[in-house]
Design a protein around this ligand. Structure first.
Ligand code: ZN
Length: 374
């Protein structure tokens, strides 16, 4: 068994089975953070100019169209701040929301209220619940830590589909370097991998998938060429503290607890299933990114990790609710919790295909070609 270690700079530890440390005890995620900040974040005057050019490009590409970009909204901090920012920049976005059946009432209120104040049109895609329940149950039975992947995949799919339908080139997303860099791939892998999702559902699902929004390998690469996914928060001085202030004071947005707790399933998945079954506390990565970005100290993060993910009584309430909604009896749910842990690599995927030596040899040339389109 590996000896327990924690990074000297952030709070990532050996609960990431693939973590490595340099001679000073600093982890690979911190080094990745520094590299991504160097590569993607432009501050000050240079950043302002880059943002100005981006806005001009989006406006030009959207001339004569009803919308010039699409954005995804979950009701959470990052995506709501993207909506605020995009509007402030004078763009004409269409906001998309994926209703996967797990939205909290507060999240729905937050989305409605903030978009109304910003005068942004909203389109909500409602998943076929019976089908989606079957996928989520299949992922739990497959025993990998990836149960949020069907939702993440569907969001990327609906944004890409809508942009294609509207003839819009730009998709502005809330992902950003400063608050989201420390996520280990072992904790969740295969977001873009339709083969993984489909194969896993084939093994553990019970009904055919007919309407689930998805995209395959070819569509993914075609869209990398024809569409632009822009992490716009990397273009501004983005801090959680300032975002929360703006959202609450200017948009009537209300706080719901931890990161991504706008969905009941996500709250339960991140706050219960991941830590209890897999030993992964996702707060570790969020807090680690905030330490590196200077928004909090390591001591503050360690203190926060001492507190339970969320209240044990609410965890118990959520456990009953989630099991019932997914159609698991108590016994079946316990079986899921006690099943041996598996990973992305235990199932067929595009990842296995990409690992083949001949494909690996081709990657540098493909990257060069793709770069021509960026
Ligand atoms: Zn670190």
């Amino acid at each position: 068994m590996t000896e327990y270690r924690m990074c000297k700079r952030c709070v990532m530890d050996t609960s990431d089975p693939e973590i490595t440390f340099d001679k000073n005890g600093v982890c690979n995620h911190c080094h990745t953070y520094d590299r991504l900040v160097r590569e993607h974040i432009v501050d000050g005057e240079a950043g302002r100019q880059r943002l100005e050019k981006l806005v001009a490009d989006i406006k030009r590409a959207g001339q004569g169209k009803q919308y010039d970009c699409v954005i995804g909204v979950s009701g959470g901090v990052d995506s709501t701040y993207v909506a605020y920012l995009v509007k402030k920049l004078g763009l004409r976005p269409l906001a998309l929301h994926l209703d996967n059946g797990w939205d909290s009432e507060l999240a729905v209120k937050n989305i409605e209220e903030t978009l109304k104040r910003l005068e942004i049109d909203l389109y909500t895609e409602v998943l076929d619940w019976e089908e989606f329940r079957d996928i989520q149950s299949a992922f739990l039975k497959a025993s990998t830590p990836d149960s949020e992947i069907p939702t993440d995949h569907a969001i990327v799919a609906i944004l890409g589909n809508m942009a294609a339908k509207l003839g819009v080139k730009y998709i502005l997303i809330g992902n950003n370097v400063r608050t989201e860099t420390h996520l280990p791939s072992a904790w969740s892998e295969g977001h873009f991998d339709w083969k993984y999702i489909r194969e896993l559902h084939k093994r553990f699902g019970t009904r055919p998938l007919k309407t689930f929004p998805h995209f395959g390998f070819f569509t993914y690469y075609m869209r990398m060429i024809t569409q632009k996914r822009i992490a716009i928060l990397d273009y501004v001085h983005y801090t959680k503290k300032e975002a929360l202030r703006v959202l609450q004071e200017e948009l009537g947005w209300r706080y719901y607890g931890g990161k991504h707790y706008e969905s009941i399933y996500t709250r339960f998945y991140q706050g219960y299933i991941l830590p209890v079954k897999f030993g992964y506390d996702k707060r570790r990565c969020h807090l680690s990114s905030l330490i590196c970005s200077g928004e909090m100290t390591r001591e503050q993060a360690l203190e926060e990790l001492e507190i339970p993910t969320y209240s044990p009584s609410m965890q118990e309430e959520d456990r009953e609710y989630v099991a019932k909604k997914l159609g698991f009896s108590d016994e079946e749910f316990n079986t899921v919790m006690n099943a041996p842990k598996r990973s992305y690599w235990d199932y067929p995927s595009y990842g296995h295909f990409m690992e083949q030596p001949i494909i690996q040899a081709m990657i540098p040339s493909v990257k060069k070609v793709m770069a021509l389109f960026q």
